[in-house]
Design a protein around this ligand. Structure first.
Ligand code: FE2
Length: 251
């Protein structure tokens, strides 16, 4: 499982778009186009977590109690995503709020940008994949897809972060003499990327791997996790290929 996730992640880590982010070769306009599209790519994630919770619960109710660690981790991740602590939702802790603030600080109204347009092919496929997983996928397939995202985000967001902070310093980077309100605004703009990098690297990725180690009991279940990883990794690779071609980085 770890080897499959590692090799799928390595393909994306080497992607020319990651180098373009870290080397600062994309224009501000291209970065704005990219984040609107990346916002769209993130839309189905909460639904995947919800589907994993629901399908794990169904399995546990029919006696498959070995899925309890997976249910616990998926529920914990879903609560984090929605900003729920001790059963109470806080809008300010909802990751959707963070995302909108981060991209909004670049002047991108992500919600408006993805409404009423034809999405890029990779996002269309991604939404279709998420819809398929929700309807037909097993808890293990869905968990594999979630696992790939959690393991990829720290590197992916670290690259994106270096591009955004360099291109939009007024939105993200503190400077001497900044007023308290300016510092607070920049901290709010940074939290989506900064907190995801930390949380996914320290908790969501490793904790889901541990939960799957406990929950997976058969070769078939392991294959399902691996198919979920490959499904999501293929989708993300196509997403980056499409943007690389759009920005003239790849033929
Ligand atoms: Fe996460």
């Amino acid at each position: 499982m770890r080897e499959c996730a590692r090799s799928a992640r390595a393909d994306l880590q080497k992607h020319p778009m990651m180098a373009a982010f870290t080397q600062g070769t994309l224009s501000n306009e291209q970065l704005c186009e990219f984040v609107a599209s990346r916002y769209e790519a993130a839309i189905g994630f909460v639904d995947l977590l919800r589907a994993c919770v629901e399908k794990s619960t169904e399995q546990i109710e029919t006696g498959n109690t070995h899925l309890i660690p997976l249910l616990r981790e998926a529920q914990h991740n879903l609560d984090d995503e929605l900003g729920i602590a001790n059963g109470v939702q806080c809008v300010e802790a909802n990751h959707e709020t963070w995302r909108i603030k981060c991209y909004g600080s670049m002047g991108v109204d992500a919600v408006a940008a993805v409404t009423g347009i034809i999405p890029c092919t990779a996002n269309l496929l991604n939404l279709g994949t998420a819809g398929w997983l929700k309807r037909f996928g097993t808890p293990f397939q869905i968990a594999g897809a979630i696992l790939f995202i959690e393991l990829m985000v720290p590197h992916e967001f670290d690259c994106i972060r270096s591009a955004l902070y360099r291109a939009f310093p007024e939105s993200f980077v503190d400077k001497p003499g900044d007023h308290t309100e300016t510092l607070a605004r920049k901290a709010e703009a940074r939290q989506y990327l900064d907190k995801h990098i930390l949380t996914d690297a320290r908790h969501h990725g490793p904790d889901l791997l541990d939960a799957l180690d406990e929950a997976v009991q058969t070769h078939e279940q392991l294959e399902q996790v691996l198919s979920g990883i490959r499904l999501m990794a293929g989708g993300r690779l196509e997403f980056y290929n499409e943007h690389a071609r759009q920005f003239g980085i790849m033929d």
